[in-house]
Design a protein around this ligand. Structure first.
Ligand code: RIB
Ligand code: CA
Length: 307
């Protein structure tokens, strides 16, 4: 069994990624650690608990940071709905998180089993960055860290330069990318081109006809409206599920080892992940940057976990 720990700002794409991991027979999900992002922390917690309940999974869900290390919180209800799961009327109240703060769970779980825990991050890196400040040894203890974040090639999706997860907490992201942790970066550029579900793809997912397949499509209601309004096309992109697919089967990803610098502070480039594609900085690579995943490989893996 591979042991996963997933850090998430649970909203409509995160929930799909969680189902993929929870329903993978060779993966033991140790815990979910929750970070504020798409929607405020409490909604992320409820969404994560709803999703684990849907999967019949007893995985503990731990509350983490309610805001970024610096700066004001940034949310994305316009993309995911007020409740984060498409505002389709799900009962997303009344569930309780487990005892223990997410930062402590990250440190204790990973440092308690050196070399054994695969960390998958699906939201802003506030929890992981703080955990690294609390225990720098975490970077060397984690088996591998798959990050949905940044963009290997522009544009960004929240500003022209930045992808949402890194933009919400670039200071935390800078700590993570500079920590020496073994990182695979799955950027929004790749998810937009390799994990976009068009109407035919949605029909393929719904044809699986399980409680999971309808759920993962239904909760994309707000995202579908957002994409049509922004780009005039039908469908939805699945960045977190793509990152999870790469974590579940790294062989599907084409990667390049690159030095990645995160822009913190103020200014138009805040949150940008500057990828040194040509090696001009002379700095050693700090991430494997995913450049492509065959869309069919992604869809096949997604369909398998939903069946
Ligand atoms: O930019 C996409 C990322 O931001 C995804 O993780 C999505 O869930 C949001 O958190
Ligand atoms: Ca997310």
């Amino acid at each position: 069994m591979r042991r996963f720990l997933i850090d998430t700002d649970t909203a409509s794409d995160d929930a799909v990624a969680l189902i993929m991991a929870l329903r993978s027979p060779d993966v033991a999900v140790e815990a979910l650690t929750i970070v504020a992002g798409n929607v405020p922390l409490d909604r992320c917690i409820q969404n994560a608990l709803y999703t684990t309940e849907l999967c019949g999974s007893p995985v503990p869900v731990h509350a983490g940071l309610a805001r970024p290390i610096f700066g004001e919180p940034v949310t994305a209800e316009i993309v995911h709905g007020q409740d984060g799961l498409g505002d389709i009327g799900l009962d997303l109240t009344g569930r309780s998180a487990a005892e223990g703060h997410a930062v402590d769970v990250l440190v204790e779980t990973i440092c308690g089993s050196p070399g054994e825990i695969t960390l998958v991050t699906l939201g802003p890196l506030s929890n992981v960055g703080t955990a690294l400040l609390r225990e720098p040894e975490l970077a060397g203890a984690v088996k591998h860290c798959y990050i949905m974040g940044g963009t290997g090639r522009l544009p960004g999706n929240i500003t022209p330069a930045a992808e949402f997860n890194v933009y919400v907490d670039p200071e935390a992201a800078r700590i993570v990318f500079e920590s020496g942790m073994p990182i695979t970066m799955v950027g929004w550029d790749v998810s937009w081109t390799c994990a976009f579900v068009d109407p035919a793809g949605e029909a393929r997912l719904r044809a699986i006809d399980t409680p999971y397949s309808d759920f993962v499509c239904d909760i994309q209601a707000t995202l579908t409206e957002f994409v049509e309004g922004m780009l005039g096309i039908r469908g939805f992109d699945l960045p977190d599920p793509l990152a999870m697919a790469v974590a579940l089967d790294p062989s599907i990803a084409e990667t390049e080892d690159r030095y990645v610098e995160v822009v913190a502070g103020d200014g138009p480039a805040r949150g940008q992940t500057i990828v040194d594609h040509l090696g001009v900085t002379g700095k050693a690579p700090n991430a494997s940057v995913v450049t492509h995943v065959p869309p069919e490989a992604f869809m096949a893996l997604l369909c398998e976990t939903l069946s």
